[in-house]
Ligand binder design. Sequence first.
Ligand code: PLP
Length: 355
Amino acid sequence: MRGTFLEIRPRALTDNARRARALANGARVFAMVKANGYGHGLGLAARAFANAVDGLGVAVIEEAQALRHLGLAHPVLVAEGFFDADELALASRLHAEVVVHSPWQVDLLAARPAPLGVWLKVNTGMNRLGMAPDLARAQAARLRAIPGVRLLGVMSHFACADAEDDTFTDHQLAIADTLAKELNVPLSAANSAALIRYPEARARRVRPGIMLYGSSPFPWRSAADLQLAVTQRFSARLIAINPIQAGDTVGYGATWRADAPGRIGVVAVGYGDGYPRHAPSGTPVAVNGHRTRLVGRVSMDMITVDLTGLDARVGDAVELWGDTVAVDEVAAACGTISYELFCQVTGRPVRVIAE
Ligand SMILES: *Cc1c(COP(=O)(O)O)cnc(C)c1O
């Protein structure tokens, strides 16, 4: 057996959801499980969170449908709402709450009224989805006139809640809060970063994602420091160990050159498994609990690591991320974020569900 594993830890997911709930200070907690539960498995993540949260959040209606097929009757928020009239009808049948971010969605609802809970998305500076406050106000009035439609709240999304400067977030929050008060409905704005950092942004409903998966939203604070549990461990085995001489190069493109004699370990994982191809030489890995580094380019089925001075044998497990090497460290080395690493693990590694 090749021994390339993605171990998922339901108990850690539950622990992190409880941590989010404790931080939420009474706000309703909707756990984001979009994109296959940030790569952990939709059903597995949703079930792990189920008893610790008030609802679940997804991006698209198919994900809400999948949750219902799994037997989860929780309130479900669909963050991108419906894309057409069929999806609108489906959302209504699934009892999903949908986000309405554009007037064309209100047009569709007005043309095909259906019983539906709606969150009105206001653009407060992200300039992605959402309507400017004046437009949102006008659309709220239209929504309230449609039979069956319930305006559940105002929603906004922060652009910079993970940045050190508060100015942008304060500004966004003020706009969203004003509109929610005017319309006399609850506000939902906080993602993980805001939930942790901006108590005033917790409002009536929070939408944590990444923190539930044991990763820190902040570049300057580790997940361990935030008391978040590790929810997945990606590992693979050493399949060869070879001596190398000073001046030898390793891998495609001969991008890494040994400056002294040493030992190179070949590990059975590559970008075909979802290990990032752009991980540079120096990216941390751990062998038998000892940290070392990737050397040379990532191939489709293999990577090469520096074993010089380490006690390691063929068959030993190498941790790519998990307990010894935080996923956030690997993400930083690769110039990306843990979200992307979680989402891009392919179907090839064997999933193992921890006790
Ligand atoms: C994904 C998502 C979140 C969660 O963000 P994190 O940074 O993962 O906490 C919150 N709100 C919306 C609308 C989202 O799409």
